[in-house]
Every structure is written in C-alpha cells, then in structure tokens.
Design a protein. Structure first.
Length: 201
C-alpha cells in the first residue's frame, strides 16, 4: 500500500496526528521550549506582521472563491482555490511562529487623540474579544480543515460526496472565514489605528 492509500484508509487518524503535532509546535513556540526559529530584528517583526496580514487576506479571498466555486458546481476550481488557501495558511503559520519564536508579540495601546480614544476601555475590550474569538476559531479550524484536505487529496471527486468531506468543509469554511476576517481586523487595529508596545517574553 502506498502513502496515499495508507492515508486514505485512516483519514481521521492522520488528521488527529497532524493536528496534535501542529498544536504542540504552536504551544511549544509560545512557551519558548521549541527554539527552532532564528532571532529576528524589530524591523523584521514589523515586516512579518505586514506579510501575515497580506497572506491572511489572500487566504480569505481564496477560501471565499473556493466556496463560490463549489456552490456553482466548479469542482476543479474549488479544489485549486482551497489548496491555495491551505498553502497560504501554512505560509502564515511559518511566518507567525517565526515572529513569535524569534521576535516578539505586541500589546495594543490606545493613546489620546486616536480613533475613539475617549472610549478606550470599550475599544480595548472589543479588541481583546475579537482576538480571543480569532484564536479560538483558529484552534477549532485545525482538525476540520486538515480532515477536509486529507479527504480531498486522497479521494476522487466523485467519491467525496459519500465521505465526511462536505460536512467538514462547511464547518471549516465558517470557522476559517470568521477567524481570518477577525485576524485582519485586529491587525489593522493593532498596527494602523492604534499604538502598540512589545509584550514581555
């Protein structure tokens, strides 16, 4: 049995293993126990922040195009768009973990004169709420996105309707779209609307 056949036979097991590895990598990077990312300068952290926003915007666009295509029966275009979105998310993961592991995270600061600064407490709570939902949906999206991708890559298109791919895909699209959208909004708030300071490691 080749690799494709082995993965096809155990898609849930493969999804679970890859998800656990992904979670371990992220948690390990944040905890500082996975020192695999070279140190980067402040300017590079800022560059990575901008690149991450661009990558996420492109991923969101590809995701919505993929959803539109499958709703209109364009299966090949759907596959191309979704694999593009998945590749972009992998690029995001590398950039983000490198930014965290080799650089630093930022904390939002609302200063006098900035947009709605009179309601700084409310804006700060709204920002944190959006960030929390973004992170939660990112975590939830991992296994469903991976499961949909695993099934899509190991089954022929005429077989997929008889698998859990359509269900996983629907959940993935909703969670992934909201997560990416909130990620872009919080990026703009943190980097272009308000100020920030580096967070202690």
């Amino acid at each position: 049995m080749n690799v494709r056949g082995a993965v096809r036979a155990r898609p849930r097991w493969v999804t679970a293993v890859v998800s656990v590895v992904g979670y371990a990598l992220v948690i390990g990077t944040f905890a500082g126990v996975v020192p695999i990312f070279p140190e980067i300068s402040r300017d590079t952290v800022l560059l990575f922040s901008d690149l991450i926003a661009v990558v996420n915007t492109c991923a969101l666009t590809a995701l919505l195009v993929g959803y539109y295509c499958i709703r209109n029966g364009k299966v090949r275009a759907h596959r191309t768009a979704m694999l593009t979105a998945f590749a972009l998310i992998m690029a995001f993961l590398v950039l983000y973990l490198w930014k965290v592991g080799g650089g630093f995270e930022k904390r939002i600061v609302i200063e006098q004169g900035q947009f709605l600064w009179q309601y700084a407490d409310v804006v700060h709570v709204a920002y944190l709420a959006m960030l929390a939902v973004h992170i939660l949906l990112s975590v939830v999206s991992v296994p469903v996105v991976l499961h949909a991708v695993v099934l899509g890559l190991t089954h022929d298109t005429d077989e997929l309707p008889n698998t859990s791919h359509p269900t996983a895909g629907k959940i993935a699209v909703v969670a992934w779209t909201l997560s990416l959208g909130l990620g872009v909004v919080t990026y703009w708030m943190l980097n272009h609307v308000y100020s920030w300071v580096p967070m202690a490691r």
